[in-house]
Design a protein around this ligand. Structure first.
Ligand SMILES: [Zn+2]
Length: 410
């Protein structure tokens, strides 16, 4: 039994069975729906906890800081931030609260086949929809496609998406369209909407669906397992040719070695990184000249590792690094194509060393970097296993370049 009371509409079990048969599906549909609604409720509780931590801050400045940083930056990523910060945060809080309230009440579910006279609006490609009109509130139509979705979090988050449509403020939670008139579905489109029109993202059911999924990511965290002794919210990270990895937190560095863990730490300039001053935004080692490059704002520093000296400081893009944006989040060298990848917000910039310019830019996860969401604190390629590590808050995502996939996300 589910915590939420679910009423199955329209000769419930018979319709369910027929709908499943029509599309050749097996499994216990009632159980699947009950499990998904329970999971949707857990998501809603997590969402409420997350926003409560933001709201608990003493003043708006601190609240905005938490909004941008907490929960692996889930709020920042999926809702952006409007100029009216207070109103923006309050509205998300209100909608997250309402989602949980809905799940504490009765919800009505109707299952429909994808084809035939009972299909309703379950046109091909659609997995669920919210009926409009006076009977629409809290009534969810699940199409048989929904039962084919493998990820239980994805099935559950769709329930919350549909509940968002039933918030009752007319027009507010209808699916939003992007600049080219396409409905915003999926993580890439939702994250883009949060950048381009945070107010729309705030009202868009899909952004809540994707927010809940991201919040629930079961991914490794610093120290569990690996990276023991590395503090969260780092500024930058770099893997050096001597197989050590350096993590930077404001004016300090921590040296980490695979198999050994933390083997040293200190103030930048003291022992390591003479004449450099943090904080840095991003860092990498140039694959051709072997120099370390540190990026900060619109500036870069070139550092000679064998001579242990700062060689050069210049503006990004003036001489070299053409097309690389300022205020980066993270950078690394791709071990396969040997190009540099710069990450900023939800975007990546691929830098080609032979052309000496950025030759591709896209949203992270759209063409490449699947299952990564951006807003990283730091990134590097581990010199031992040659996998990419992307750090965001306490989380880290491990990226397998052979499989072209995140491999520590269950
Ligand atoms: Zn929708």
């Amino acid at each position: 039994m589910s915590d939420t009371k679910i009423i199955f509409l329209g000769a419930a079990n018979d319709l369910l069975r027929r709908a499943m048969q029509a599309d050749n599906l097996s499994g216990d549909p009632v159980q699947m729906i009950e499990d998904a609604v329970d999971r949707a409720r857990i998501m809603a509780i997590q969402g409420k906890h997350a926003i409560a931590k933001v709201m608990a801050a003493d003043d708006l400045t601190m609240r905005v800081r938490r909004w941008n940083a907490l929960n692996a930056k889930a709020f920042r990523i999926y809702f952006g931030l409007d100029d009216n910060e207070e109103r923006h945060i309050n509205r998300v809080e209100g909608r997250l609260a309402k989602t949980l309230e809905r799940l504490d009440k009765v919800i009505k579910v109707r299952v429909r086949p994808q084809f035939g006279p009972h299909s309703g609006h379950c046109k091909p490609g659609r997995s669920a929809y919210q009926a409009s009109g006076s009977l629409g509130a809290r009534r969810i139509n699940l199409c048989t496609k929904w039962f084919t979705i493998e990820d239980p979090d994805a099935r559950a988050a769709i329930i919350n998406h549909e509940l968002l449509h039933a918030m009752g403020w007319k027009g507010y939670t209808q699916d939003k369209k992007d600049a080219s008139g396409n409905k915003v579905y999926g993580s890439v489109a939702a994250r883009l909407l949060a950048v381009e029109d945070p107010q729309k993202a705030n009202k868009n059911a899909e952004n809540y669906e994707q927010f809940y999924r991201y919040l629930m990511h079961r991914v490794s965290t610093l120290g569990r397992p690996g990276w023991k002794g590395i503090k969260s919210d780092m500024d930058a990270a770099i893997a050096l040719p001597d197989n050590t990895m350096h993590f930077f937190h404001h004016g300090r560095y921590t040296v980490y070695r695979g198999g050994l863990g933390v083997i040293g730490s200190g103030a930048i300039g003291d022992g390591h990184w003479k004449n450099l001053r943090g904080p840095f935004d991003a860092a990498l080692v140039h694959p051709h000249n072997g120099r370390a490059y540190f990026f900060r704002g619109d500036t870069y520093h070139r550092y000679n590792l064998s001579a242990n000296t700062l060689e050069k400081t210049d503006t990004i893009g003036r001489v070299g690094w053409h097309g690389v944006p300022r205020d980066l989040d993270a950078a690394l060298i791709h071990p396969k194509n040997k190009k540099a990848y710069f990450f900023k917000g939800i975007h990546y910039y691929r830098y080609d060393f032979s052309q000496e310019k950025v030759d591709k830019t896209d949203v992270i996860g759209n063409s490449g970097w699947k299952k990564l969401h951006g807003y990283f604190d730091a990134a590097l390629v581990h010199p031992g296993n040659h996998k990419g590590y992307f750090f965001v808050g306490r989380r880290y995502y491990r990226y397998d370049f052979d499989k072209r996939a995140v491999d520590n996300l269950n």
